[in-house]
Write a protein that binds this ligand. Structure first.
Ligand code: SF4
Length: 440
């Protein structure tokens, strides 16, 4: 019998920004209930692991984290929540020491299910996911962070043939506008200057009060929010009115797009059930690149989709290299049980997927280097983050990682302040900068 009266808890997040924002809300509730939050891995009375199921590898990492936690904390109450709990509850239940498994519908209420004692066998709560729009109850005074994820939407109704997310998170639904603005105001009051608009398919946001443009504009009017970044957004869902907002120096919206391409080959895009042709995608990409000054363009590409030939992979590499992308996240295709693509008989061998993935990653590093190189010598605005030994990390508006040396004697605190920095040289995966002046 284990008491959780000491109230020490740790949380661990796997996967996407949405999971990170949800974990943070749960953490706030725990703190409000009097829990002390300690780093994951330390001895605690309660552990909450927020999981991901986007690939087989993600599942394996979740199982590893759960085992790691239960081994080092055999007496702690162990709750596993999120996407893998939704899809793989049975596998999780077979792991020794797990007390509670909650899918996506009820995970935000996890604290209501935590007992004073460990359960004899895991309790599984995995209801059908609601299709209704939603609000999120949050507590003011969020833990301070210069950049904060703000969840505006959940789920996806596109059902690409390789993707498990519509099953794990349900159909697309939008968060009440007033509710999300309240959270943004609360974050701004606690010192947050940059909001990252987060969801599964945020371009499909539609609440009674408006669409994504309305969200962006209303966030812009909140005092203290100086930067708004839109996280990954699906092609075909992006309003071109965003271009003018990105160019407007008075508007907080940053020149940043991350638009998943997935493949540069029309045949594969069709089999993936993506909703665009390569020419439609590239027309939009070039329009954005031409219309928005200093625009960062990132993408996701999946390699080794069933039936993808070497020629088709090379076609994708060419599309990536020949067009104004700055970076790509590379994903190897992963057979997710229940999806159409997992049932196909023409799977690409795993080693070949890994080879393609490594090749594309090298191309992506080169593109990133070229982007950095093309900005050297310029002076750009950055938002400084908390210091690290000997340096001040930051990002420019268009997502260049800039590091300015920090004198060990330095008294002045730059964290959460904007500065104008000169981009001087490239070191590994960041740019060395020199402060010209603090802006505010
Ligand atoms: S758009 Fe496609 S890949 Fe993205 S979450 Fe929806 S189904 Fe998955």
């Amino acid at each position: 019998m284990v008491s959780i009266s000491k109230k020490r808890a740790s949380l661990h997040t796997l996967g996407c920004r949405l999971n990170q924002s949800e974990t943070l809300l749960i953490q706030q509730r725990l703190q409000d209930d009097g829990y002390e939050i300690v780093p994951f891995g330390e001895p605690v009375d309660l552990g909450i692991i927020n999981t991901c199921t986007v690939t087989n590898l993600a599942d394996a990492k979740c199982r590893q984290s759960i085992r790691q936690f239960t081994r080092t904390n055999p007496h702690a109450f162990t709750a596993v929540i999120g996407c893998y709990s939704q899809m793989g509850a049975k596998e999780i239940a077979s792991i020794e020491g797990v007390d509670l498994i909650i899918g996506n519908q009820d995970k935000m209420s996890v604290l209501d299910y935590i007992g004073q004692e460990k359960n004899e066998r895991p309790v599984i709560i995995r209801d059908r996911i609601s299709q209704e729009d939603f609000s999120v109850s949050f507590i003011g005074d969020s833990p301070f962070n210069q950049r904060a994820n703000l969840k505006i939407q959940d789920g996806c109704s596109f059902v690409c043939s390789f993707c498990i997310i519509p099953f794990a998170r349900g159909a697309s639904r939008s968060r009440d506008l007033d509710n999300l603005l309240d959270e943004a105001r609360s974050k701004a009051q606690s010192g947050v200057r940059e909001i990252i608009i987060t969801g599964v398919n945020i371009g499909t946001y539609r609440s009674d009060q408006g669409d994504l443009l309305k969200v962006v504009d209303d966030l812009n009017s909140i005092p203290g929010i100086d930067r708004i970044r839109i996280s990954s957004i699906e092609p075909t869902t992006i309003p071109i009115e965003l271009f003018d907002l990105m160019n407007d120096p008075q508007h907080a919206l940053l020149p940043f797009f991350h638009i998943p391409l997935q493949s540069g080959c029309d045949r594969i895009l069709g089999e993936m059930r993506r909703r665009y042709s390569i020419s439609e995608y590239l027309d939009f990409l070039h329009l954005a690149h031409d219309r928005v000054e200093d625009l960062y363009l990132g993408t996701d590409i999946m390699v080794g989709f069933p039936g993808e030939t070497e020629e088709e992979f090379q076609e994708t590499c060419r599309v990536f290299l020949d067009n104004p992308f700055d970076f790509c996240h590379v994903f190897s295709f992963s057979e997710r049980e229940g999806t159409v693509a997992a049932r196909r008989s023409d799977q690409v061998p795993i080693l070949e997927r890994q080879r393609r993935s490594a090749h594309l990653r090298r191309l992506s590093s080169k593109k990133r280097y070229d982007q950095y190189q093309s900005h050297l010598g310029r002076s750009m605005r950055v938002l400084f983050e908390n210091p690290k030994p000997g340096l001040w990390p930051s990002y420019t508006d268009n997502y260049i990682r800039v590091v300015v040396p920090r004198d060990s004697e330095q008294k002045e605190d730059w964290a959460n302040r904007c500065g104008l920095v000169k981009l001087k040289s490239i070191s590994a995966d960041f740019v060395d900068g020199e402060l010209i002046e603090m802006i505010d």
